[in-house]
Structure formats: C-alpha cells, structure tokens
Design a protein around this ligand. Structure first.
Ligand SMILES: *Cc1c(COP(=O)(O)O)cnc(C)c1O
Length: 240
C-alpha cells in the first residue's frame, strides 16, 4: 500500500474501513473540486468470505465486484434476498458468458466482439439489459485483458447494436506506478478516451478506474467508480 491511510485501515473493523474509504473519496473530490456524489464505490469482494460482505451490507454497501465466476455465483445465491448490484470485473472466457449474462447487473471487462455477441444473445429477456464497460489496456501489456484504445469505437458500435446490452463507459487497470503524478497522468489518458466516447454515445456515464492504491489519482483524473478490495476488507484469503 502506498499511503498511510490504507496501512492504518488494515487494523480496522469493516464498517470503519468503509467510512475510511468514503473519507478518502471525499478528500480526493475536495482536492479536485468534484461533488462526492459523482463517484461511486464498488466493493471488490473476491477472495473474501461471505460474512465480510454481510458486514459491509449492514453498513449500507450495495454494489459488489467479483472476478471469479464460481466464487461469485455462490455469493450471489447466498445473498439473493439483499438488494445488491453485482459487477463482473475479471477476464471473460467465452464459455463463461452465459452465467455472467444470467447473474450479473454489470460487466466491466468486455474487450472483444465475440464476448459482446454472446453476452447479448445470452442475456435473459426477463432481466434488464446488461450494463457494459469496455476494458481498455492502456499500457499495451500483452498478458493483460483489455482492448487497444483504437478499438474502443468499433466495440462501442457493436454494443450499441446489441439489444440486450447497454454501453455505460470504460474500465482500465493501469500498470502500478509509484508516483501520484504518474498515476494521474495515465488516468488522464483514460479520461480523454472516455470523454471522446461520451461525445458520440449518449448513455455513457461511467468511468471505472482506481483501486486501493491509486483511487485518489483516478478521482482527480475523473473516475466515476472506484473498485476497492484490500483497503475495504483487509487482505484477501486467496489470490486465486
Ligand atoms: C482485485 C481487483 C480490484 C481491487 O484491488 P485492490 O487493490 O484490492 O483494491 C479492482 N479491480 C479489479 C479489476 C480487480 O481485479
């Protein structure tokens, strides 16, 4: 962790951690002259036990992000009575799209045409259209999910042509950078892509950027949704 607040927060109860993350979001908004209501918090619960999610739900958190399908489906079933919003944020294998389309409200990691087609075909008519973010690979990292920036527009057009999907914006996971200024610079590149997409696609309103170590930089650069795991729950049980 790169700052004192996150180091301290590991000794806190989950409810306190939630307040602390909200305070970090509020402070970053103050720094950048933004309204804190324009930044939402996605609780990234991968590798966390069910009771930890329940504690956070009791404190008012309703949006949860998961990376691994089997783990996610167990939690979604166990918490079916709570009014939660589930976001799939992990890399998508094409044989997993049906379960994603049937069980999630949002997908942050859409990065190719085949996945768009399958998610739209498989989204049940009984549910609202699936909210979709295009994941962008900003650093050209071969091993990482995400499309090249120059593919965004073509993917956006396909999503808009998909009756069961709604294009909401972009997501990225930049390679870690030590310096706050370097973090801000890469998130600003992402924000520029987002602003461009917004010009031509009316429903676009979500930029999913920023995690435990860099949420301040992401907010300063214009993120509208931060995805926080470690600093909200403490260390993950498993890194699977
Ligand atoms: C795990 C994960 C996060 C949360 O990361 P932390 O550093 O634990 O806050 C956010 N986004 C994605 C896509 C992740 O996989």
């Amino acid at each position: 962790m790169t700052n004192q607040i996150s180091a301290q927060s590991t000794s806190q109860a989950p409810g306190d951690r939630l307040a602390r993350i909200q305070a970090r979001i509020d402070a970053a908004c103050r720094t950048s002259g933004r309204d804190p209501d324009t930044v939402s918090l996605l609780a990234v619960s991968k590798g966390q036990p069910l009771h930890a999610l329940k504690t956070l739900i009791a404190s008012g958190q309703q949006a949860f992000g998961e990376n691994y399908l089997d783990e996610a489906l167990e939690k979604i079933a166990a918490l079916a009575d709570a009014p939660l919003t589930w976001h799939f944020i992990g890399p998508i294998q094409s044989n997993k799209t049906r379960a994603i389309a049937e069980n999630f409200d949002w997908v942050h990691s859409v990065d190719r045409a085949k996945i768009i087609r399958r998610l739209s075909d498989q989204r049940p008519d009984s549910l609202n259209p699936l909210n979709v973010l295009i994941q962008v690979n900003l650093d050209g990292e071969q091993q990482k999910a995400g499309c090249d920036p120059d593919q965004i527009e073509a993917l956006a057009a396909r999503i808009e042509d998909s009756p069961r999907l709604v294009l909401r914006g972009l997501m990225a996971i930049p390679a870690p950078r030590e310096q706050r200024q370097e973090q801000i610079a890469v998130f600003e590149q992402l924000y520029d892509l987002y602003a461009e997409l917004k010009l031509t696609h009316r429903g676009v309103d979500t930029l999913s950027a920023g995690m435990s170590g860099d949420l301040e930089a992401a907010i300063i650069a214009g993120s509208t949704m931060v995805r926080v795991g470690t600093d909200l729950f403490g260390p993950r049980r498993s890194q699977t």
